[in-house]
Design a protein around this ligand. Structure first.
Ligand SMILES: Cc1cc2nc3c(=O)[nH]c(=O)nc-3n(C[C@H](O)[C@H](O)[C@H](O)COP(=O)(O)OP(=O)(O)OC[C@H]3O[C@@H](n4cnc5c(N)ncnc54)[C@H](O)[C@@H]3O)c2cc1C
Length: 223
């Protein structure tokens, strides 16, 4: 590492930590990623439904999701991965977001228009035709199976907000592995089965990484 090279320690090799490590390493940072698990993407990333959708409540959130979707579409290029590398896939099947009171369709579609995301508003007949077999009954609010209301028939019907873009990532853990491998290609170093137990600060600054100690027996890092 050169004297002027900036260095960073990333805690966690989930999809977020691995992406951060990749971006920093690509920008020339010296990066060390520490994760208490045994491999990338073993935390909440491994449980993710990995749905890629655009209906978020802020302009920044929608733009970020829309931009990320296009990166997912060009995943191999984004990673700089060889054709032989096994990578996650963006399943671009479209998204049907059912009308529920917590979803403000007017606010969402206004953001979609600002960002330039195509959408369709479906009533219950459209929904039944476009998603064959779906029950278009309105059962809101959700009820526990022990609640007598759980078995009641729906009294109203719902529609949906549809975007032809969006879908899900075939394997969220693999996407974190892909990002970690891409980061490694740019020199990032990964340490697994090691846990950060404290971040020591001096006058609001995180202490320099050279001041860390590493307990080999416990495999715990202190900074
Ligand atoms: C059931 C479920 C469904 C979801 N569905 C979706 C979805 O459809 N679409 C979507 O966009 N998002 C979804 N999410 C959210 C998404 O999975 C998370 O936002 C994302 O995976 C978070 O990534 P992360 O890297 O921040 O966290 P994680 O994947 O949890 O990674 C954190 C890592 O840090 C490590 N770590 C933690 N503490 C320490 C420590 N002290 N020292 C060393 N290592 C440490 C952990 O071992 C872990 O590997 C879902 C999440 C869940 C649980």
């Amino acid at each position: 590492m050169s004297a002027t090279m900036r260095s960073a320690i990333v805690i966690g090799a989930g999809v977020i930590g691995s992406a951060v490590a990749y971006e920093l390493a690509r920008d020339g940072w010296s990066v060390t990623v520490v994760d208490k698990a045994g491999a990338p993407g073993q935390g909440s990333t491994s449980s993710s439904s990995s749905i890629v959708r655009f209906n978020y409540s802020t302009f920044a959130g929608v733009v970020l999701a829309w931009e990320s979707f296009h990166i997912w579409l060009e995943w191999r290029t984004h990673l700089g991965a060889a054709q032989s590398e096994h990578i996650a896939e963006m399943m671009n099947l479209g998204v049907v977001m059912l009308d529920v009171p917590v979803m403000n369709t007017a606010a969402t579609t206004e953001l979609f228009q600002r960002v330039g995301i195509d959408y369709e508003i479906w009533d219950s007949k459209d929904l039944a035709a476009r998603v064959p077999g779906i029950d278009v009954g309105k059962y809101w609010p959700p009820k526990s199976i022990s609640n007598a209301g759980f078995w009641e028939d729906a009294k109203e019907e719902i529609g949906a907000l549809y975007t032809s873009d969006g879908g899900y990532i075939s394997d969220p853990s693999l996407s974190a592995v892909n990002l970690a491998d891409a980061a490694k290609r740019h020199g990032a170093h990964f340490r697994f089965k090691e846990e950060i137990v404290a971040i020591l600060k001096s006058e609001s600054r995180v202490l320099n990484a050279t001041e860390r100690t590493f307990d080999l027996r416990k495999k715990l890092w202190r900074f």
